[in-house]
Design a protein around this ligand. Structure first.
Ligand SMILES: Nc1ncnc2c1ncn2[C@@H]1O[C@H](COP(=O)(O)OP(=O)(O)OP(=O)(O)O)[C@@H](O)[C@H]1O
Length: 291
């Protein structure tokens, strides 16, 4: 009996020890999983949750129930037919339009407590014609309160965007592609977390367009900013994006998302291209003709 009692106590002790080890292990695993998740899954720079936007005096919402996340360093292309709300979505991401419903969360990629740094690039470069190339880029630094960094930084940005040696050029004498490069250098001057691009190449010829896409991709790899690109050109999307979001109109909403592999063979590209082109096809319309 005495023998059994001693053994029972030892068992009880062992059970308590094992339980405590088990609980500690569970806590450890949960903690590690949480930490690992925080490292492996980067917090989004921009997270839109069920965003809706209705312009005044407009019956249909320009956006309805749109949820989208853009992670640091990611490039998301947004395509869709005219009027489906792509520009509205981009302007909401830029903070220029306040949505009428839903939540948006913004985070700085280096310090989540600081405001996100966003820059917008449009179809037209919108340069200041009375300033030269360097002056246009330097202005962004000056507005950002970084006047002392100007000479070295401007030189670096011009070199990165293929404008080395053009610092003193008059912007009115540059080609459309070169002007868009100045706009890109100016956008990058403020070291953005995310670059928001609204049809940035649509005014350019196909050759210049291809060159600028390559330049933008290289610049993104060097600087590490994220991008959201609104485009009607599926080649822009396939060359630059890691994810393509397809939107439809009335109400403006996301109807599909496609992951774009960084490397793809001709067949995969052709399949994805056909799928995206399909999404851009105008809906058939019927015309009544009186006999
Ligand atoms: N400032 C505004 N006031 C009222 N309605 C607007 C305004 N801006 C856009 N809209 C409407 O919201 C809807 C979405 O417009 P938006 O410009 O976002 O579409 P989009 O997909 O960018 O079009 P596109 O490809 O033609 O540029 C359209 O019906 C448009 O008429």
């Amino acid at each position: 009996m005495r023998y059994l009692t001693i053994n029972f106590k030892a068992l009880q002790h062992e059970w308590r020890r094992n339980t405590s080890i088990l609980i500690n292990s569970i806590i450890f695993v949960v903690y590690i999983r949480k930490e690992a998740a925080a490292v492996l899954i980067p917090a989004p720079l921009i997270a839109l949750r069920r965003v809706t936007h209705r312009y005044a005096h407009h019956a249909a919402p320009a956006l309805a129930d749109v949820s989208l996340r853009v992670a640091p360093g990611e490039c998301v292309a947004v395509i869709g037919r005219s009027g489906c709300g792509k520009s509205t979505l981009l302007q909401i991401m830029a903070g220029l339009v306040q949505p009428t419903g839903g939540d948006i969360h913004f985070a700085n990629r280096r310090d989540a407590r600081k405001p996100i740094r966003r820059t917008l690039m449009f179809q037209r470069p919108l340069l200041f014609p009375w300033l030269d190339v360097a002056g246009n880029v330097a202005l962004a630094l000056r507005f950002d309160g970084r006047k002392q960094e100007t000479p070295g930084r401007v030189e670096e940005l011009l070199a990165r965007t293929g404008l080395a040696g053009r610092a003193r050029a008059n912007v009115r004498e540059l080609s459309g592609g070169q002007q868009q490069r100045v706009a890109l250098a100016r956008s990058l001057a403020v070291d953005p977390d995310i670059l928001l691009l609204d049809e940035p190449f649509s005014a350019l010829d196909p050759l210049t367009r291809g060159e600028l896409r390559r330049q933008l991709r290289e610049t993104q790899q060097t600087f590490g900013f994220a991008m959201t690109l609104v485009t009607h050109d599926v080649d822009d999307a396939l060359d630059l994006a890691s994810r393509v979001v397809v939107m439809a109109a009335e109400p403006g909403r996301i109807i599909a998302e496609h992951d774009i592999p960084s490397e793809m063979d001709g067949e995969t590209r052709a399949t994805l291209r056909a799928r995206l082109l399909d999404a851009l096809e105008p809906e058939p319309c019927s015309i009544a003709i009186d006999a």
